[in-house]
Design a protein around this ligand. Structure first.
Ligand SMILES: Nc1ncnc2c1ncn2[C@@H]1O[C@H](COP(=O)(O)OP(=O)(O)OP(=O)(O)O)[C@@H](O)[C@H]1O
Ligand code: SF4
Ligand SMILES: [Mg+2]
Length: 310
């Protein structure tokens, strides 16, 4: 996925930023795939492209076996309902002038689902499902806490009965004590509705808690794809290893020493040649600068992009 970042006088792009390159993965019904990486690594870009909120400049996006990469917005309309997003900031994403009930009902009205009485019943049911009292339909968002707002955000996304949900940093703005409640709610919902979910977070502990599979992203590249269990027991890529060793609940148990990453993630405008991680990799050699390592399968369900590992 390339973004034009500089244009000439005629408005033609003269410089592009490659936010995400060569990324391929699938999310199946009833499965949560976690996407983890530092700020600017391209997580939201992948999430938005998967929902076709942006049109990718390369690659291909399939939904239910159909190629939706280049569908027009009109052709996408019938699919929109099936693909929903929960945003990071429950303070930004809810219109303060609408009641909780109206916010949850909005998608149902847009997609002309049910009579008004049926929609009202659905709102009550959804409020119950996300753990809020049905009477709160008449309240305004300002009366709610961050966690309660995020529950409303989740109810909004669920209202139209989606089959694919992107949750983009859904708990990052919440207090630690509230995070676990909202994560458990997402897990319940996944089970109850057999949803396919792409769960995005910069926080490895959070991603591991909810995900069946995890994609580790660095500067727009998937550097490792593995099960949540393998993430704990057997991280292979040096970047994943560093993330795991820095996550207190994951890496510290078996006496693995902590690996510190020096420096910042390089600019996506000027990525390093060869392996994009090489400027921060503790085991890089000169060869790593010449060619980009492909994502290679090393075991069933486990793939790594590194010349030196495994
Ligand atoms: N519309 C855009 N135009 C130009 N560059 C963009 C645009 N959207 C994103 N980018 C760039 O693409 C890269 C990836 O951004 P993205 O928002 O996907 O990262 P992220 O992993 O979600 O980060 P964060 O954790 O901060 O949310 C960044 O370098 C960002 O500056
Ligand atoms: S390819 Fe080289 S620089 Fe990249 S992660 Fe592997 S060892 Fe490090
Ligand atoms: Mg983001």
């Amino acid at each position: 996925m390339d973004f034009p970042v500089r244009r000439n006088l005629l408005g033609r792009p003269v410089q592009w930023l490659r936010a995400v390159a060569d990324t391929s993965f699938a999310v199946h019904a009833g499965e949560i795939v976690g996407l983890v990486g530092e700020s600017g690594s391209g997580k939201s870009t992948i999430g938005r492209a998967a929902l076709r909120l942006i049109r990718p400049t390369g690659g291909r996006i399939d939904f239910d076996g159909e190629d939706i990469t280049t569908l027009s917005s009109k052709a996408l309309r019938p699919l929109r309902r099936s693909m929903q997003i929960v945003f990071q900031d429950p303070y930004d994403s809810l219109n303060e002038r609408m009641t909780v009930g109206a916010l949850i009902e909005e998608g149902l009205s847009i997609h002309r689902m049910g009579s008004s009485a049926e929609r009202r019943d659905a709102v009550n049911e959804l409020l119950r499902e996300v753990g809020l009292p049905a009477e709160w339909a008449g309240r305004y968002p300002h009366a709610l806490s961050g966690g309660q707002r995020q529950r409303v955000g989740i109810a909004r996304a669920l209202a139209v009965r989606p089959r694919f949900l992107v949750a983009d940093e859904p708990v990052s703005a919440l207090d630690l004590s509230i995070q676990a409640q909202v994560l458990n709610l997402l897990l319940d919902i996944r089970d109850r509705h057999e949803l396919a979910m792409l769960f995005i977070s910069h926080d490895l502990s959070v991603v591991r808690f909810v995900s069946d599979r995890v994609l580790v992203l660095y500067l727009g590249r998937i550097v490792e794809s593995l099960s949540a269990k393998a993430l704990h027991d057997n991280p292979v890529h040096p970047y994943t290893e560093a993330l795991v060793s820095a996550a207190p609940h994951i890496g510290s148990r078996d006496g693995r020493s902590r690996i510190r990453l020096d420096g910042d993630i390089p600019s996506a405008l000027h990525p390093p040649s060869g392996c994009v991680f090489r400027t921060r990799c503790p085991i890089a050699t000169r060869d790593c600068a010449s060619q980009e390592p492909p994502l290679r399968q090393i075991a069933p369900g486990h793939a790594v992009a590194c010349w030196r590992r495994p």
